[in-house]
Design a protein around this ligand. Sequence first.
Ligand code: HEM
Ligand SMILES: *[C@@H]1O[C@H](CO)[C@@H](O)[C@H](O)[C@H]1NC(C)=O
Ligand SMILES: *[C@@H]1O[C@H](CO)[C@@H](O)[C@H](O)[C@H]1NC(C)=O
Ligand SMILES: CC(=O)N[C@H]1CO[C@H](CO)[C@@H](O)[C@@H]1O
Length: 342
Amino acid sequence: MKMGFLYTSLLSQPMAMPLLFIALALSFLPHTQSKLSAAYYDKTCPLFKPIMREIISTKQINDPTTAAATLRLFFHDCMVEGCDASVLISSNSFNTAERDADINLSLPGDSFDLITRAKIAIEVQCPGIVSCADILAIATRDLIVMVGGPYYEVRLGRKDGFISKASRVDGNLATSSMSVSEMLSLFESKGFTAQEMVALTGAHTIGFSHCKEFSHRLYNFSKTSEFDPTYNPKYAEALRKLCAKYTSNTAMAAFNDVVTPSKFDNMYYLNLKRGLGLLSTDHALYLDSRTRPYVDLYAANQTAFFQAFAHAMEKVSVHKIKTGRKGEVRRRCDSFNNIKTS
Ligand code: HEM
Ligand SMILES: *[C@@H]1O[C@H](CO)[C@@H](O)[C@H](O)[C@H]1NC(C)=O
Ligand SMILES: *[C@@H]1O[C@H](CO)[C@@H](O)[C@H](O)[C@H]1NC(C)=O
Ligand SMILES: CC(=O)N[C@H]1CO[C@H](CO)[C@@H](O)[C@@H]1O
């Protein structure tokens, strides 16, 4: 860490400069990403990465839904208040936390369970060192690789945030009823291009969606068609059967990628071209001329998709992160160290 070096070299001067001066000098250094590094815990918690790999592979083998669940959880965390583990905080009687916003209702328990297990194992080895935000970032990357996706570098040193409010979720996350224009302006407002948006949404090559997210495409779609005619008819028929009782059985869900549901590959884009895109937002990426060229590109070339996805995920992983005193290392991931009442 460059900062640590500067600090000690200043202090080791025979006539140490006043501390105030040092503090001022340090305050001119860039505050955010410059402090992140892949080697951040190499000295303070050398077992961090091996412990993560162990916990992650055990969890993913026992609960194969973990990879998709964690990827979605991480993306939601980063889009609301930045990648600061704000999504992991539990609500209490004073505060309805981010994870309990309407849109979070379907955040799956397996991913929370994974982070809890990892945090406990790491605290035993090196208490108070590794942030929950870094645990979530590494877990996501390792799980993507485990299910066949691309590797990317995750630099470390994120701090955990002090704010988690359900009321701050709205407007930061895309919903299944958005138009392409709405999705584009949302992603652009966060610094992502149309191409990056299409690449990131390739995350729907794994995981599930609940029937209510696409039921409007299945029943009473229009005066002339019972289901959305842009669906492949056999696919629509199967989904109509699967979701027939979705209003009473709200847990009913379909694979996002019906062809290779648990493999991270470029099948998502091939599906869109065949009427096998599950959500209307998925299919819309193929209908719209602003996004279709990237769908075509990634459908034709998995290497191009993997490169673009890896690059965009590196960017997501440092979105509005907090370092230094702008955050803390939580003792447990579901509550702030100083429990706040608001
Ligand atoms: C472009 C706009 C997007 C929309 C409208 C959208 C919407 C959705 C919806 C409605 C679900 C189903 C949730 C449920 O029923 O439980 C879902 C699942 C999922 N989304 Fe997205 N999403 C978008 C982009 C992304 C991005 C950028 C990522 C990650 C980089 C992502 C990762 C996932 C994953 C992995 C799942 C499966 C979760 C699981 O199986 O537990 N999505 N998405
Ligand atoms: C479709 O619409 C008709 C008439 O508007 C209604 O009677 C029927 O219950 C609807 N079906 C579903 C599955 O919502
Ligand atoms: C696929 O994409 C990669 C990475 O962008 C590129 O190097 C390669 O030439 C492409 N392959 C084809 C067949 O276009
Ligand atoms: C995983 C998770 O925390 N889901 C929560 C989403 O919100 C509902 C309703 O507030 C909670 O009951 C769930 O626990």
